[in-house]
Design a binder for this molecule. Structure first.
Ligand SMILES: *Cc1c(COP(=O)(O)O)cnc(C)c1O
Length: 411
């Protein structure tokens, strides 16, 4: 019996690896200098810690240390990349129209969609690509959307709700051949899958510490320095840290922890990928064999090894979440101020509202064990089968009645 509750929400955040914490600790109480203090040992030591972290972060994605800008996480990284490019490469002055064209997709993370929407209000034109049922944005879709005035394409690498993997290297190649700038929110990808910004044709790449077993409140933006040299308009101004792109006193312990998290990911990536893929395959195949009307969302193969998103027909979403209280995971519902809305990502794939509500995102990580997955399989199966005993619709389905043809009496 595993310890309860079981944590299967690693796409939301991860446990900080104790080895990361250990690396960070001296930077709170011993090496506590300001890395900007250039005239004493406290400052030099803090700076040395940052330099080492920058090398580790760069090495994880095949970049040069100078190309790494430390941020507070992916939300800030995406904002800096998107707004920074738009302002720097705008084709017309602020306040006017036709400032340039931006391409993204409707099922990106809000930390991409909201900055893009703001730019749209400020006079930039935006194309929102729509995925197929498999959840993927193809290189063809991007190619067809490119225009002469396209300045930026921002397409995520792996989707945070369904784990689908966009063909980023192919998209990057097309965008770069066109002369636009290519940004990818790689928060769910980097640290888990091999990444090389050169061979993958990436100009700007965002990732975050707390999704890769590092601390919260720290992340990085990769900014290409040659072929081409990408420039950004700073979004946070002040002391000129991080090549002027991101002012503010360095979060030294956070940066050191982020660097260590990157190093551990690089070392353990291959074995972790295989281990988690086997667990994911077991989770999916067991649930599918024990439960009928149960669908894995997103492309069958092009998905991250550590997560799955499954819809269960004929169960009520909230009821399902209540029944599996010992499993910490996410549902296909998003809580807004007024109501429970079906996930906009599942909607983008054409999943109906009912089915979206009764979907689970189960995301594993470095600390997930085989025993925990076995427990989750049993718990979820029991919950779904129990709820279905209470479902008249499920009975009708079993009797062979096509629910979609029923005309419901209105009242
Ligand atoms: C978690 C996440 C973010 C936000 O990252 P923070 O570091 O929490 O700001 C952005 N994009 C994706 C794809 C994510 O999974």
């Amino acid at each position: 019996m595993p310890d309860l509750p079981i944590y299967l929400d690693n796409a939301a955040t991860t446990r900080c690896d104790p080895r990361v914490v250990e690396e960070m600790l001296p930077y709170f109480t011993e090496t506590y200098g300001n890395a900007g203090s250039r005239n004493h040992k406290f400052g030099w030591d803090a700076e040395a810690g940052i330099d080492k972290a920058r090398e580790r972060a760069a090495s994880l994605i095949g970049a040069q240390p100078k190309e790494i800008i430390f941020t507070s996480g992916s939300t800030e990284g995406n904002n800096l990349a998107i707004k920074g490019v738009a302002e720097m490469y705008s084709k017309a002055p602020a306040g006017s129209e036709k400032r340039g064209h931006i391409i993204t997709a409707i099922h990106e993370h809000k930390a991409v969609l909201d900055p893009v929407k703001r730019l749209q209000k400020q006079g930039f034109e935006v194309t929102m690509l729509e995925p197929g049922q498999d959840g993927l944005i193809t290189a063809e879709m991007v190619k067809d959307a490119l225009r002469e005035d396209t300045i930026l394409v921002t397409i995520m690498w792996a989707n945070n709700e369904i784990g689908t993997i966009n063909p980023v290297p192919e998209i990057g190649k097309i965008v770069k051949a066109h002369g636009a700038i290519f940004h990818t929110d790689a928060t769910q990808w980097v640290g888990k899958m091999p990444t090389n910004v050169d061979t993958d044709s990436i100009d700007l790449l965002t990732w975050s510490g707390h999704k890769i077993f590092g601390p919260k409140g720290i992340g990085a933006l990769y900014v290409r320095r040659r072929k081409p040299r990408v420039r950004l308009t700073a979004q946070i101004e002040g002391g000129g840290q991080e090549r002027g792109y991101r002012s503010g006193t360095h979060n030294v312990p956070g940066i050191v922890g982020f660097g260590k998290a990157c190093e551990l990911c690089a070392e353990e990536m291959d074995s972790e990928r295989d281990r988690l893929l086997a667990l994911r395959q077991k989770l999916e195949s067991e649930l599918k064999s024990r439960i009928d009307v149960c669908e894995v969302n997103g492309h069958a193969e092009r998905r991250m090894p550590n997560m799955t998103n499954i819809s269960f027909g004929f169960v009520e979403g909230e009821g399902l979440m209540m029944k599996i209280k010992d499993i910490a995971c996410s549902s296909g519902s998003a809580c807004t101020s007024a109501s429970l809305e079906p996930s906009y990502v599942l909607k983008a794939l054409g999943v109906g509202d009912e089915l979206a509500h009764s979907s689970l995102r189960l995301s594993m990580g470095r600390f997930t064990t085989a025993e925990e997955i076995d427990y989750a399989i049993n718990e979820i199966t029991d919950a779904v089968l129990h709820l279905r005993k209470l479902s008249p619709l499920y009975d009708m389905h079993m009797e062979g009645i096509d629910i979609s043809t029923i005309e419901w009496a209105s009242h």
